[in-house]
Each structure stands twice: as structure tokens, then as C-alpha cells.
Ligand binder design. Structure first.
Ligand SMILES: O=C(NCCc1nnc(-c2ccc3[nH]cnc3c2)[nH]1)c1cc(-c2ccc(F)cc2)cc(O)c1O
Ligand SMILES: [Mg+2]
Length: 214
């Protein structure tokens, strides 16, 4: 049977990255996506913006919506302090299977909990099932029409506290207009747009950073 793009991406990681070295895993994926096949990772340009937000915030609890192959999972987890935790939600079991192996290759299994399922179902169960009160950082990178409903759900479930940061990928391409309008108009958020490009292309895209004011 034909291999899938995520499986070919995993092959490139195993071939070109060093076990236990997260930066080499990130580099191998970026090289594969630039030289061989485009894939919807946040990429190296927007990835640097992600890195700066993470290092400035130094979060103890992180929620990622949309794991895909685990590229941003590895990027974020590699920067977390020792006892910090990253929970990442993935809907597609094939993506999840590849992501688990990418995360393991990077040696970050102890910092990452990958949960399979729909964000709408899992978010209400967060506090009880995953023993987490609130998230210091949420990285939104899943279905673009889920950004707004899931943000409202996180508010309702009390998963955000004063100072929690939402960082949203793809707010221009493919675009998340309703989400952008909401966080920019709401008095409960202080939003900032970081202009960049769609991963591995010259097309405009960007990240929106929104601080929850409580
Ligand atoms: O669709 C994207 N990302 C979403 C994948 C995903 N991976 N997992 C989910 C999930 C969906 C429900 C879920 N519920 C719970 N976890 C969930 C996870 N969704 C995406 C698409 C593009 C893109 C741009 C230009 C193009 F021409 C084509 C494509 C670029 C990007 O950076 C993206 O992130
Ligand atoms: Mg994305």
C-alpha cells in the first residue's frame, strides 16, 4: 500500500535526525518540507515567533489543538521547564500515530500527553481527566472553524486564567475570520498580530497572540 505524507515525513525524521535531539527533529522536518513535500507544520519562520512567545512566557501548562505530525509539539516541548506539561489534541488517528513516533524520536514523551479525539468533546473533560486547572498557553492549530467555538468553550470551562495566552496559527491563510474578529473586539483579550508567511511559502500568513485579561 502507498505510504502517506505523514509517514514519509516520519521516515525523513528517522533518517536525518538524531534520537533525543529535538532541534535535529525540527530541522529534519523543515528540510523535508522545503526540499521534498510541503506539509502543514507551523514551519521555521512562524516557528521562531512561536519559540519567542514560549520562552517569554515560560509556561508550566500548555494545550495544543491540532498535533498533526508533532512538529510544533516538539518545538514547544523542547523549550519547557522540567516539570511543565504539554497536552496535545489530535482528531485524526493516522496523524496521531505518526506524531507519537516523532515525539518519541525527539525524546520528549515525558513532557507530552497526546490525546486522540475531538476538541469539542475533550475540552470539557480537561480538568477532571487530565488533572489540569488552567493553561498558561494554548496553541491553536487545528480546524480553522473550531478556533472560535473552542475558545468560547475554554472560557466556559474555566481553563483560562488572567494572563493565559492564546497563540493562533493561520489567521490569514487558510484564515480564521470569526476568531480574529472575536479576540480583537473582546474587552477580555489583548491581541497582537505577528505577520509572517504560510509555512515554506511566500504567501502571507501570521500568528495572533491574545492575552486573556480575566
Ligand atoms: O488545516 C490545517 N491544520 C489543521 C490540521 C489538523 N490536524 N489536526 C486537526 C484537528 C482537527 C480537529 C480536532 N479536534 C481535536 N483535535 C483536532 C485536531 N486539524 C492547516 C492547513 C494549512 C493549509 C494552508 C494552505 C493550503 F493551501 C492548505 C492547507 C496550513 C496550516 O498551517 C494548517 O494548520
Ligand atoms: Mg497551522
Amino acid at each position: 500500500t502507498q505510504s502517506t505524507r505523514p509517514q514519509r515525513l516520519l521516515g525523513a525524521v528517522k533518517k536525518n535526525a538524531t534520537r533525543g535531539d529535538p532541534r535535529s527533529v525540527v530541522k529534519a522536518i523543515d528540510q523535508f518540507c522545503r526540499q521534498k513535500e510541503w506539509a502543514m507544520n507551523v514551519g521555521d519562520e512562524k516557528g521562531c515567533i512561536l519559540d519567542s512567545v514560549v520562552s517569554e512566557l515560560n509556561p508550566a501548562t500548555v494545550l495544543e489543538l491540532g498535533t498533526y505530525c508533532g512538529y510544533s509539539t516538539v518545538r514547544i516541548a523542547s523549550m519547557l521547564p522540567p516539570h511543565a506539561k504539554l497536552i496535545t489534541l489530535e482528531f485524526n488517528p493516522d496523524y496521531a500515530a505518526v506524531a507519537r513516533q516523532v515525539i518519541a524520536w525527539a525524546g520528549l514523551e515525558d513532557k507530552v500527553q497526546l490525546v486522540e479525539g475531538a476538541s469539542g468533546d475533550l475540552i470539557p473533560k480537561m480538568s477532571e481527566q487530565f488533572e489540569v486547572e488552567t493553561f498558561d498557553l494554548v496553541f491553536l492549530d487545528h480546524w480553522k472553524d473550531r478556533y472560535l467555538p473552542d475558545t468560547k468553550l475554554m472560557e466556559e470551562c474555566g481553563l483560562l486564567k488572567k494572563g493565559s495566552v492564546l497563540l493562533a496559527d493561520n489567521v490569514i491563510c487558510p484564515g480564521t475570520p470569526e476568531y480574529l474578529e472575536y479576540v480583537r473586539a473582546s474587552p477580555r483579550y489583548e491581541s497582537q498580530y505577528f505577520r509572517s508567511h504560510l509555512e515554506y511559502t511566500k504567501v502571507e500568513d501570521g500568528l495572533e497572540k491574545s492575552v486573556f485579561l480575566g
